[in-house]
Design a protein around this ligand. Sequence first.
Ligand code: ATP
Length: 293
Amino acid sequence: TNLLYQPINKLNTALESYTKGVAGFKRYLEIIDEVPDIREAPDAINLPSVRGDIHYKNITFGYEGHANVLSNVSFSIRAGETVAFVGPSGAGKSTICSLLPRFYDPGQGVITLDGIDIKDLSLNCLRTNIGVVQQDVFLFSGTLRDNIAYGMLNAGEAEIWEAARRARIDDFIRSQPDGLDTVIGERGVKLSGGQKQRVAIARMFLKNPPILILDEATSALDTETELLIQQSLDELSKGRTTLIIAHRLATIKNADRIIVVTDKGISEQGHHNELVTGNGLYSRLYTAQFRSG
Ligand code: ATP
């Protein structure tokens, strides 16, 4: 699970003392670029717009000094499709997703976005088109406004409120005397886990990337919060290519497609209704884990 966070954790540390949101975002890109061995092609391409067609072709990857986590993994995701990755802990779901923004590069194989090898795209183009929502939400000390409009210099008041509304955090913001100017974090209002997640979701509505990676929380939220977050994530993923590292049955059932990842690679894929009636790992996982929860 912690895979996606590794480069981001590095950046959180760097950003902790860094409270100016907009400048912080630029710094984010710089720091991310410093992940070793990730190099931009000399004539890197900037796509004017991204549809979000993704192909993983024969991907083999292992962390430095470790055995391969992925061997010859191939799959495709159509633009706008929502795919849930499920499978046992440690099988490589997070690893698969972390290759898309090039937090790591595969040892072998090619990943394409809209038919172009992602190694030929500028890192800025690649990463501004991919939004990552993690279970450990990163917010900095500052106002709600700065946290929602993180990195988006030109966001207007109305757009920020619209993003907040779609993320179901607007009522909370309105309940605060200082509204969007409410300071959060160490010296301000402490947010609950669910509120933090909704601020992060609001940020994504504003950023509006065509591709999303959602790393679902494993920790339980109360039912009402969970429902709010589920609804806002469903809305967020509409019309975007969405990769979900899935733990919740509701998400998995609603996904256009489920890709089951085991330590031997992708064992099966399909819609919930197909997989649940089959005799593969998914139907066993479903019976064992999900039926009760
Ligand atoms: P979970 O459901 O627990 O989140 P996962 O399917 O997402 O698991 P990954 O997090 O992708 O699995 O991990 C795949 C394998 O790679 C695991 O064996 C893990 O221990 C290993 N791994 C993950 N990150 C690193 C790293 N930075 N260095 C070395 N090994 C790692």
